[in-house]
Design a protein around this ligand. Sequence first.
Ligand code: ZN
Length: 280
Amino acid sequence: MPELPEVETVRRDISGLFVGDTLRRLVVTGRRTVRRHDPSLLARIEGQELVGVARHGKFLCFDWGAANVLVAHLRMSGQLLAATAGDAAVAHTHAVFAFSTGRELRFVDPRTFGELFLASAPQGAGAGPPRERVSELAHLGPDALAAEPAQLRAALAGRRAPLKSLLVDQRVLAGIGNIYADEICFGAGLRPDRPGGALDPAEVGLLARSTQVVLEAAVAARGSTLGDQQYRDVAGEAGRFQLQHRVYGRSGLPCVSCGRRIERVRWGAKSAFWCPGCQR
Ligand SMILES: [Zn+2]
């Protein structure tokens, strides 16, 4: 499932390719892709210019001006692929943004958990960041790449849930999933199954630092594409950060730092990869 670094890579690509272009037509053929409202409402963004693309957590927000924000969530297998009108159709294409330039942005999603919807703006919302402009995103915690250590400290205080469970909880921090939670805990030297509220201030500081370092490195490497090949960038290319994973998916392999075997710890339906030599 795409997490913050993959979604941020897609955001940057789309910004570079399509901002300033006018949407000629948006054709939705996937019945599940637009499921929060009547798909015909999307006609209101036709003829509008794409002013910008923002992101909060794993959500992309396409700004069409005049308070029209289209939100996209890739969920398990969604991809946004650039194409040119007349290019061969790709299987599982559920929506096509056709721009007046002749270029297209295609929403491809084999598992159909992904979605597009027009945001409903809270009363009095201006041109602020997405979480303030989009009611549907109001429940999310701060974006993981922009979160301040103090916000992280407040979010973990008193929590008994395992650290990893809290990191992947989008109400705590938005954008982190299974891969990056494990990599962030390793970078911070913290066991993923420790109660979140048991971290001392210095450890919360290490966690905040590791969150920034890991997510920025992953964005620089254009995200992680795992064996399922479900994450692709806008050009259809794989990411490269999977080559830098230090614990995720490395059960039984030697730790790159201390040489001990990476283990997998489980609690309930959740699990995490970690190094018994490096994480306390
Ligand atoms: Zn180690």
